[in-house]
Design a protein around this ligand. Structure first.
Ligand code: SF4
Length: 368
């Protein structure tokens, strides 16, 4: 079966889901309400990773809606994406990096996603959006890299991916191009069943202008034989793979789970890049976010069981003022550092805040 046909078989309704998992009758009404607002779409491969006998299974937590999503504490735009948007689909927050939102479609709609607010686009709109983005990047010589995100860039047709890479890699002032995809994790057949995609990656990942895939493994149970095969083929096509993990309550919120994940990634050739504090997104915050101080302690404890390679990541918050690293705790204070700053004067700035034990985001921490 082609990857497109398989993709169409994603589980999208409660009736389909009930064929795989036990859903209590009293849960059904609430889950339907959640799905009406934020759709469900789970690849059958990813569903097969769930332990049906464990209602708290970490894979289930990421894929299957829960009534906790009815809690609307938080915001839909926690990183100031709106104010950094130059035109639909293009954001320019940091001088050297442009973020291009290619599509709103994903292989799976992760329940912890922070871009829950986005809406659908046709293929024609995507191509128009790309053409405009290419002109913008050409006109901004300070930009040395592009991150193509979404949605999931690899849900697009291989011919569109080829065209965009072709146009973007010709821009002389770009050093490298990144693209975000959770396909190796949730739907490896996108890679395994499309040799043409691998040829496209290989064609555009040049020795002096490398393609980087940014993927998103959150738990060791996602590192399966199939996921490893997908990763291996992408690496062999000349693409470097970095991973962004989100620290998630009930998924990877123990030092052991986090260490097993990061060590597993290094084993398969994926570079640990960031661990993100879960954003205070509506319908995500109360379900998945941990307090900052708790997250910091889990990450530090996990590092005891990691080697230097496994702990190359930074534990950061993607805040509207920049990417802020949580670097330490001394006594009753938490210490932060701007790893990337929207305002140049903030770059590298170290600051501290009194610990509030319930605070999950910078704005909830009191100033010292
Ligand atoms: S693959 Fe990424 S963008 Fe898509 S739903 Fe999951 S977290 Fe969100």
């Amino acid at each position: 079966m082609s990857w497109q046909k398989e993709f169409k078989k994603n589980v999208k309704t409660l009736d389909e889901l009930k064929q795989y998992l036990d859903i209590l009758p009293e849960e059904e009404e609430e889950l339907s309400q959640v799905i009406d607002i934020h759709p469900m779409s789970i690849p059958r491969y990813y569903l097969s990773l769930i332990d049906k006998n464990d209602p708290k299974d970490p894979i289930r937590r990421m894929a299957v809606p829960s009534a906790d999503e009815l809690d609307v504490a938080g915001s839909y735009d926690t990183s100031g994406e709106k104010e950094n948007t130059k035109f639909p689909g293009l954001q320019h927050k940091y001088p050297t990096t442009v973020l291009l939102l290619s599509t709103n479609i994903c292989s799976m709609y992760c329940r912890h996603c922070f871009r829950k607010r986005m809406v659908g686009l046709s293929n024609d709109e995507i191509v128009d959006r790309f053409n405009r983005a290419v002109e913008y990047i050409k006109a901004h010589e300070e930009v040395n890299n592009v991150l193509i995100s979404g949605g999931d860039f690899l849900t697009l047709k291989t011919s569109i991916i080829d065209k965009l890479f072709g146009d973007i890699t010709k821009i002389p002032h770009l050093d490298f191009i990144r693209f975000g995809s959770r396909m190796p994790v949730t739907f490896p057949d996108r890679i395994l069943k499309d040799p043409e995609l691998l040829k496209v990656l290989s064609k555009h990942s040049a020795k002096n202008k490398r393609l980087y895939m940014v993927t998103h493994f959150n738990h060791k149970n996602e590192i399966t034989e199939k996921a490893m095969d997908g990763i291996d083929r992408v690496i062999r096509s000349g693409v470097i793979i970095n991973n962004q993990t989100v620290l998630l309550k009930g998924v990877n919120d123990s030092p052991e789970a986090l260490a097993e994940l990061q060590n597993g990634l290094v084993r398969i050739g994926v570079n640990p890049y960031y661990i993100f504090q879960c954003r205070p997104v509506k319908r995500v915050k109360s379900n998945f976010q941990l307090p900052l101080i708790k997250g910091y302690r889990i990450v530090e404890k996990a590092k005891v069981n990691m080697n230097g390679h496994s702990k190359r990541f930074k534990f950061v918050m993607a805040h509207k003022t920049g990417k802020i690293e949580i670097i330490g705790a001394i006594g009753e204070e938490l210490i932060f550092k701007y790893h990337q700053a929207k305002k140049p004067e903030d770059q590298g700035r170290i600051f501290k805040k009194k610990i509030r034990y319930s605070a999950g985001w910078l704005d909830e921490q009191p100033y010292c």
